[in-house]
Write a new protein. Sequence first.
Length: 168
Amino acid sequence: MGCIDWFIFADVDYDRITSKLRQYSPGIAGAMFGAAWWCWIDAIIYSAAVKGTGYPPIIYHLPGIVATLALIFINLISRDDLNNYTDYYNSGDEGSETRARCWLFFAYMVAFGAVAGGVAILVTCVQHHPEITRIGAASLIQSGLILSSALLLWAFRSEDTGGYGAAF
């Protein structure tokens, strides 16, 4: 029985897997976020110290900064804010789900804009500055890892323990 056969025919305990993901996802997301910024800083230091190309233009920093802001924007909204099951009589606000969805859509667009900025920087570095292609690649990797960590943190945070797996 192969791995795929086990996954299709075996009795998989998805609740246990989800509970473990909720328990460990903040740490994994934090590690991905740290790895993203480490990759960016490493590329800058390598290019400046080893290759002697100097400091990159300040605009090359924008995708990482924007991706970090998008991580914050995405995690400001909880999944409960997106539900249609709120009690309109007690909350007093009928448009809260729509505002939450619009905010989450805006945050996703900011995040994907950061990834697109990373792609643009990579293409610019490859075409016009081949000596700093490493910085372009690091910018794309940084944006992608920060977006992945934002999605992991948002998708698997548990609502019953304060939101991030920590028991308060």
